[in-house]
Design a protein around this ligand. Structure first.
Ligand SMILES: [Zn+2]
Length: 423
C-alpha cells in the first residue's frame, strides 16, 4: 500500500459512508411522511391519529438535525486528518517540555475536546429546541450545564489513566503491546460495569428503593418465579430530565440491580410493568449481556491487532494527513496512530452496522419470547404500545434505515410476533 492509494481509499470510504447516511435519512423521512396519515392496522385501536402524527413529526425533526450533524462531523473528520488538524496538534504538543507520554495524552485530549465542542450546539439544540418542542424536555439550563461539567470531569478522571496505560504499553511493551492493551481495555470495561451503577449513575440521578405496593409485589414474585436474585429494586428520577420512560438492569454479580424510571412507573399498570421487567430479565437469563461482552472483546482484539499493524506503516500516517517531515516524530508518538485510527475507523465500519443491529434485534426477540413465557405477551404488547406512544417512536420506520440504526425490531414486527405467541 502506498500513501496516495490509501488517501484515495479513505476519501472514497468517507464519501460513500456519508452518502449512505444521507440517503438513509432521506428514505426515513420519505417513508415516515408517506405513512403519516394512517395508523398501521395493528395499532389502530390503541394509538390515536394525533399521537401518530406527533411521532411522525418528531421522527422527521430528529432526522433533520441528524443530517446537519452528520455533515458537520464529516467535515470535521476531513479537517482533523487530510486538513492537517492532527498534524497541527502533533507539532503543538511536540514542543512542550513534558514527558512524551503526556504529550500524547494532550494530543488525544485535543481530539476529544474538538469533537465535544462540535457536538455541544447539537446537544443544546436537541434538549432545548427539539425535545422541548415535542413536550419531552424537563432539563433546565442549570442542570444541562452541571451535567456537562460532571461529564467532562468523569471523562478526564477515567479517560486519562486509561489513555496513559494504553500509550505506555504502545511505547514500551514491544511488538505484542496490543495484546496487553487489550487486557487493559477489557479490564476497564469490567470496571465500568461495576462503577456505572454504583458510582457514576448516582452522580446524575437519585435512586430510591421501589416503594412497597402492588408493583413491587408483582416484581418480586416474577423474580422469585424465575429464580433471580438482585441486590436492589430502584426508582430513578428520570423525570428531572425528560418525559421518556425506560427500565433497565445494571451491574453484575452481587451488585446487579433493576432500575425503573419514575416516568415508566407512573404510566404502566402492574401487569405491564411485570411484562416489561420480564423482557429485561430475559436479557440476563439468556446471557445476552455476557454474549455482548464476549463479542466486544473479540472485536476490540481484532481492532487492536489492526492498529498495531497500521502504526508500523508509513502510508497510514502519510495517507491521513501527517506530512513527510513529521513522519519520524509520528512513529515515536503512539498517540498519533491511536488518534488517526479512532478517527478513520467509523468511515470503514459504518457499512457493517446492520450486522450489529441484527444481532441485537435477535436478542430482543428472544427476550420478548422469554417475557411471553414468564409473564404475559398481551401485557407486554400493551406496555410497549404505551411506551411507543409516550416516546413518540415511529411505528412506520423505513426498513433499510431501521436495518442500519435500530437495535430494537420495528414496532409492528415485534408486536405481531408477540401476539402470535399470545394465541
Ligand atoms: Zn430488550
Amino acid at each position: 500500500m502506498n500513501a496516495a492509494i490509501f488517501t484515495g481509499t479513505f476519501v472514497v470510504a468517507w464519501a460513500a459512508s456519508l452518502a449512505l447516511r444521507l440517503w438513509l435519512a432521506r428514505r426515513q423521512v420519505a417513508h415516515v411522511t408517506a405513512h403519516r396519515d394512517s395508523v398501521p392496522t395493528a395499532f389502530a385501536g390503541s394509538i390515536p391519529l394525533a399521537a401518530h402524527h406527533k411521532a411522525a413529526d418528531y421522527t422527521v425533526a430528529k432526522q433533520h438535525i441528524g443530517v446537519v450533524e452528520t455533515l458537520v462531523d464529516a467535515l470535521v473528520l476531513i479537517g482533523m486528518t487530510l486538513g492537517g488538524g492532527l498534524a497541527w496538534l502533533l507539532e503543538a504538543t511536540e514542543s512542550l517540555a513534558i514527558d512524551p507520554l503526556w504529550r500524547d495524552v494532550l494530543l488525544l485530549g485535543g481530539v476529544a475536546l474538538a469533537g465535544a465542542i462540535v457536538g455541544l450546539p447539537f446537544s443544546w439544540y436537541r434538549t432545548f429546541r427539539l425535545e422541548a418542542r415535542f413536550g419531552f424536555n424537563r432539563t433546565t439550563m442549570r442542570l444541562w450545564l452541571s451535567d456537562l461539567a460532571k461529564g467532562l470531569l468523569l471523562a478526564v478522571l477515567l479517560g486519562v489513566p486509561l489513555a496513559l496505560a494504553i500509550l505506555w504499553l504502545m511505547a514500551r511493551a514491544g511488538s505484542a503491546w496490543w495484546i496487553y492493551a487489550w487486557a487493559v481495555w477489557f479490564g476497564f470495561q469490567l470496571l465500568m460495569l461495576f462503577l456505572y451503577p454504583t458510582v457514576i449513575a448516582p452522580l446524575f440521578n437519585r435512586f430510591t428503593p421501589l416503594p412497597p405496593g402492588v408493583a413491587r409485589e408483582r416484581v418480586e414474585h416474577l423474580l422469585a418465579r424465575c429464580g433471580f436474585a438482585v441486590a436492589g429494586l430502584f426508582v430513578m428520577d428520570g423525570s428531572k430530565r425528560s418525559g421518556h420512560g425506560n427500565a433497565y438492569f445494571t451491574g453484575f454479580g452481587k451488585a446487579r440491580r433493576i432500575v425503573f424510571f419514575d416516568t415508566l412507573l407512573s404510566r404502566l399498570v402492574p401487569d405491564e410493568l411485570e411484562a416489561v421487567l420480564a423482557h429485561e430479565l430475559g436479557h440476563y437469563k439468556l446471557r445476552h449481556v455476557m454474549k455482548r461482552i464476549a463479542w466486544s472483546a473479540l472485536v476490540s482484539l481484532l481492532f487492536l491487532g489492526l492498529l498495531a499493524w497500521l502504526a508500523g506503516s508509513d502510508w497510514f500516517y502519510l495517507g491521513l494527513g501527517i506530512p513527510a517531515d513529521a513522519l519520524g516524530v509520528a512513529h515515536a508518538r503512539p498517540g498519533v496512530a491511536l488518534a488517526l485510527f479512532l478517527l478513520a475507523l467509523p468511515v470503514f465500519t459504518f457499512v457493517l452496522s446492520p450486522l450489529a443491529a441484527r444481532y441485537s434485534r435477535r436478542h430482543e426477540f428472544e427476550a420478548d419470547a422469554f417475557a411471553a413465557q414468564n409473564a404475559s405477551a398481551a401485557a407486554l404488547v400493551s406496555g410497549l404500545v404505551k411506551l411507543y406512544e409516550d416516546n413518540a417512536a415511529t411505528l412506520t420506520p423505513d426498513p433499510l434505515h431501521s436495518a442500519f440504526y435500530d437495535s430494537h425490531p420495528p414496532a409492528a414486527v415485534r408486536v405481531s410476533r408477540l401476539l402470535g405467541a399470545a394465541t
